[in-house]
Ligand binder design. Structure first.
Ligand code: ADP
Length: 662
């Protein structure tokens, strides 16, 4: 790889760390770039050199191509890997890198441009004879024309941002009446995310699968495909579970899709790693959706079933070497599944969460388990970047065994400090529909009720373990007691502690627990029951070895401030310790009020001051983390006053409008 000796990664987080691992294995030196928010980030700590490129917002740092190129020059890097997101599909950046005499690890700018707009790409594919979803992808964006096209295609339709990606700027209109509002919303999101509000319209297919082909081309003109990935399990049109190969894939369809993808790549003079995305309908017909001219988030499942390192392929191809393997040398071995661990709240429409990861543990990596992450315990998930915490990838000989591995790996994943989607992913992994590979892009919609179980009070053993951990932790002199000394301990007398636990979130009920200190343990009184317990808590790693009514159990008990996280029997439980001096608890409850769930910008007010509203009626639209969130009336009532105007920035936790329930 003589042309490349040092590579700068124009990215952050898990992908920056992942690229560095391969670069280092190949003997290359690594250069990181970082914003103010990332000075202590894992990717900076991993790199041989790191260059500061600006403030936290991406448009002032990770999106500034000139600064990144200057950083590469200053650090002596001879190549730039863009990762995914940020500048990875920016043709002007690819050109500027080449013009600066550096190697861009990705396709030529012309190929990025050809596939850059979904509309242009579709026109190109249409010419090449690749089947498209019925729709409109013309340049004329007149609203009346778009509405007429939608009617011609037939409802429901999907409106997509031409410049789109990551499910942003994508809205379904079920009926003609919904079309104008859906169009306006898609255009707003597209403008905010991509600076370009052009859209295309497609027939919204009822139950398609998302199946994509990994292609790889070299500068000698050869191109292969590394089979397919099924990425049907999505929320907000964004992938959460990806697997390879696609379950039940007909080898003849695979070959046809592979050939279509290779033809698409060759048609645009492609070089490097790319993905051609298709919708696969239940009758096995498939339609081109778009081509992503970069490495995908889900590339590890392809690596797992082919035993190849795609970043190594990228580096070799960028250095001018031929593809490492021919099509005939590539074969599928076993089955791999990836899940994306996100800081988000599935119960609140997958609202992204921010905060500090006070505790973080992943399953041990090995031949069956791989963890790609860019964060460590103590790091923050901020409003500035994607809320992904890690990717968990499992591999085994067949799908059933891989699913079993996945369930185990999720059970061993511990995240505290913010709401993560681990229980939601565990519910998917255990769902009969998933086991039966009943996959299509509405999987989460269809099984949502099973995946988000109705709220249940914490089980007796969970309350008991949380309480036991607390009293044991207070025995440790190092553990300051947030609510004053534990009764009787100092005098060595038998004593009773009165604890009250509350479930986080709106409407969480309080669970009192009485702890009676005994010579050989504790007697817990909760919900009218007495439970005899004893145990030890290791303060270093939070391991709680307990005996509950004679049964030995192990759990991990992690406390931060007033919040206790219990990881037990494969589940994650969060409980808040109520302040016994503050009545119910000291925290302002959001119940019955319209509270900003995160810092953001007001982009639409849907009611006027004094309006009477009904429960569930949309009131205000916020944009946060590049997505729109519509806040709805918590009950029937009246909007007494509007406290912010369109365009205002709002902080987390502020009351957005005055509201009086009827
Ligand atoms: P993005 O580039 O924003 O990821 P895509 O065009 O790749 O957008 O589409 C994302 C997802 O949206 C697809 O994986 C699929 O689940 C869904 N989708 C896209 N087009 C259609 C369609 N015509 N009918 C039904 N679902 C679709």
């Amino acid at each position: 790889m003589s042309r490349i000796t040092s590579v700068l990664i124009a990215n952050r987080g898990e992908i920056a760390c992942r690229v560095m691992r391969t670069a280092r294995r190949l003997g290359l030196s690594t250069v990181a770039v970082y914003s103010d928010a990332d000075a202590d980030a894992m990717h900076v700590a991993m790199a041989d050199r790191a260059v500061h490129i600006g403030p936290a917002p991406a448009r002032e740092s990770y999106l500034l191509g000139d600064r990144i190129i200057a950083a590469a020059k200053a650090a002596g890097a001879d190549a730039i890997h863009p990762g995914y997101g940020f500048l990875s599909e920016n043709a002007a950046f690819a050109e500027a890198v080449a013009a600066a005499g550096l190697v861009f690890i990705g396709p030529p700018a012309s190929a990025i441009r050809a596939m850059g707009g979904k509309s242009e790409a579709k026109a190109l594919m249409e010419q090449a004879g690749v089947p498209l979803v019925p729709g409109y992808h013309g340049a004329d964006q007149d609203e009346a024309l778009l509405a007429a096209e939608a009617a011609r295609i037939g409802f429901p339709v999907l409106i997509k941002a031409s410049a789109g990606g990551g499910g942003k700027g994508m809205k379904v209109a079920e009926t003609a009446a919904e079309f104008p509002a859906a169009l306006a919303s898609a255009k707003r999101e597209a403008k905010a995310s991509f600076g370009d509000d052009r859209v295309l319209i497609e027939k919204y297919l009822a139950r398609p699968r998302h199946v994509e082909i990994q292609v790889f081309a070299d500068s000698q003109g050869d191109c292969v495909y590394l089979f397919e990935r099924d990425c049907s399990i999505q929320r907000r049109h964004q992938k959460v579970v990806e697997e390879a190969p696609a379950p039940g894939m007909d080898p003849a369809i695979r070959a046809r899709m592979g050939a279509a993808a290779v033809a698409a790549a060759l048609a645009i003079g492609y070089v490097g790693a790319g993905t051609v995305e298709f919708l696969l309908d239940s009758d096995n017909s498939f339609y081109f959706m778009e081509m992503n001219t970069r490495l995908q988030v889900e590339h590890p499942v392809t690596e797992a079933i082919t035993s190849q390192d795609l970043v190594e392929w990228q580096l070799r191809v960028a250095a001018g070497e031929p593809l490492p393997l021919t099509q005939e040398q590539l074969a599928i071995n076993g089955h791999a599944i990836e899940v994306r661990l996100y800081a988000e709240d599935p119960a609140k429409g997958f609202l992204p969460q921010t905060g500090r990861l006070s505790h973080l543990r992943f399953p041990e990596a090995g031949p069956h388990v791989r963890v790609d992450t860019g964060v460590r315990a103590g790091d923050a998930i901020s409003i500035h970047y994607d809320p992904m915490i890690a990717k968990l990838i499992v591999w085994d000989r067949d799908r059933a065994s891989a699913v079993q591995r996945l369930r185990r790996a999720l059970a061993e994943t511990e995240i505290a400090g913010l709401n993560a989607n681990v229980p939601f992913l565990s519910a998917i992994a255990a769902h009969p529909g998933f086991l039966a590979a009943d996959l299509d892009t509405r999987f989460i919609e269809r099984y949502g009720d099973d995946l988000l179980p109705p709220h249940a009070a914490p089980a007796a053993d969970v309350l008991a373990l949380a309480s036991l951990g607390l009293v044991l932790s207070r025995r440790e002199p190092a553990n300051a007691d947030p609510w004053g000394a534990v009764g009787g301990l100092a005098l060595n007398l038998p004593a009773v502690d009165r604890l009250a636990w509350r479930e986080p979130g709106e409407g969480g009920t309080t669970h009192p627990v009485e702890v009676e200190w005994q010579r050989d343990g504790f007697l817990l009184k909760q919900d009218g029951r007495s439970i005899k317990t004893s145990g030890q808590l290791d303060p270093a790693d939070g391991i709680l070895r307990a005996t509950l009514e004679g049964t030995r159990v192990n759990a991990r008990w992690v406390c931060q401030g007033r919040e206790v996280n219990l990881f037990y029997a494969g589940g994650t439980y969060r409980l808040l310790l109520s302040d016994p001096h503050a009545g119910r608890d000291g925290e302002a409850s959001g119940h019955g009020r319209l509270i900003s769930p995160m810092p953001g910008k007001v982009i639409a007010l849907l009611v006027t001051e004094g309006a009477d509203v009904t429960k569930g009626q949309p009131i205000i639209v916020l944009e946060a983390m590049k997505m729109e969130h519509t806040l709805k009336a918590p009950a029937d009532g009246k909007v007494t006053d509007l406290r912010y105007q369109v365009g205002d920035q709002v902080a987390e936790g502020v009351e957005l409008v005055g509201f009086e329930a009827a």
